[in-house]
Design a protein around this ligand. Structure first.
Ligand SMILES: [Zn+2]
Length: 56
């Protein structure tokens, strides 16, 4: 049985700069990010502003 490829959440190679809307530090292309309401956050920053996670 062949090994399944690991799925990654981040994309790379777009070259599009993205800044975190909470700490205003640029999010590296290979870094995890969370996008909510059209704004991008570091995953750990988003977890701080939304401690309840995916709750609307
Ligand atoms: Zn951040």
């Amino acid at each position: 049985m062949p090994a399944k490829p690991v799925k990654v959440e981040f994309s790379k190679g777009t070259g599009e700069p993205v800044w975190c809307d909470r700490c205003y530090i640029r999010i590296a292309p290979n870094e995890r990010r969370t996008v909510a309401s059209g704004k991008a956050y570091h995953t750990h920053c988003y977890s701080k502003i939304r401690p309840n996670g995916t709750k609307k």
